[in-house]
Design a protein around this ligand. Structure first.
Ligand code: SF4
Ligand code: SF4
Length: 83
């Protein structure tokens, strides 16, 4: 398994190695279009909301700054070292 192989189980992340994403998104608690705080806060335009769910639109752009995780009111964005 490649060093990014674990990403395959992450919803919204790429299934190839062209990704810097090391978090998962728990959309069950996401407020979607009503919120979009993570989308607005991300300095690198990584996240998108579509069909009322958050996902990764630009997997190469993530710098793991964790601004998205810290601003989410429902703790939907969970980094790998937290589970
Ligand atoms: S960790 Fe930072 S760069 Fe990556 S998606 Fe979240 S806010 Fe954007
Ligand atoms: S900040 Fe959290 S609740 Fe709001 S859109 Fe992003 S993932 Fe969903």
């Amino acid at each position: 398994m490649s060093k990014f192989g674990f990403l395959k189980k992450f919803k919204g992340s790429s299934n190839n190695e062209n990704s810097n994403i090391n978090f998962k998104i728990e959309n069950d608690n996401c407020n979607g279009e009503e919120c979009r705080k993570c989308v607005i806060a991300c300095p690198n335009n990584v996240l998108i909301v579509e069909n009322n769910q958050t996902s990764v639109g630009n997997p190469l752009g993530c710098k793991s700054c964790r601004v998205c995780a810290s601003i989410c009111p429902n703790d939907c964005i969970i980094f790998k070292d937290s589970f």
